[in-house]
Design a protein around this ligand. Sequence first.
Ligand code: COA
Length: 159
Amino acid sequence: MKIAIYPGTFDPITNGHIDVIERSSLIFDKVVVAVLEKSNNKKLVFDNKERLDLVNQSIADFTNVHAEVFDELLIKYAKFKDASIIIRGLRAISDFEYEFQMALMNRSLDSNISTVFLMPHQKYIHISSSLVKEVIALGGDISTYVPKHVQLLLEKKYS
Ligand code: COA
């Protein structure tokens, strides 16, 4: 059984993430969306429960996907989940250097776990969670970029 982990901050999940999750669910037997409990680099708008709830609502249609919060070294968590694959989305060349470093670090920590990069649909390659938050904070329309339940919670946060 091929188990894959899709880790991220998901603050909040966007249609770009969901696109990657859908592609992964067609390739792997089981996909675990792993929501990082806290980020050292990012000030988060949504707490753990909110981010997990938004992910859970977004993956309800995928029978082989489930989500959890994790708070440890990714490679340790992947091993604990019996996963041999880490999935990361690649949107543009600007993602490459950071992703390349993380993939090589993870591989040097455990060579049995490989990183697989998937490209979301081109209509999502310019979006990120921060940009979506910035647009809504300034009154812009984000309905193309996030599912309705995410949009509603964002509207509540920024009203
Ligand atoms: N569509 C839209 N946006 C996407 C996307 C997609 N398909 N893929 C990534 N993004 C965006 C995210 O929205 C996010 O935007 P933001 O910076 O504006 O919030 C950005 O790209 C990157 O975020 P994400 O994919 O969530 O990754 P991350 O860099 O926040 O998290 C972890 C990276 C969780 C994988 C990493 O920090 C980790 O493994 N942490 C655990 C500790 C560890 O093991 N550290 C050592 C790693 S070598």
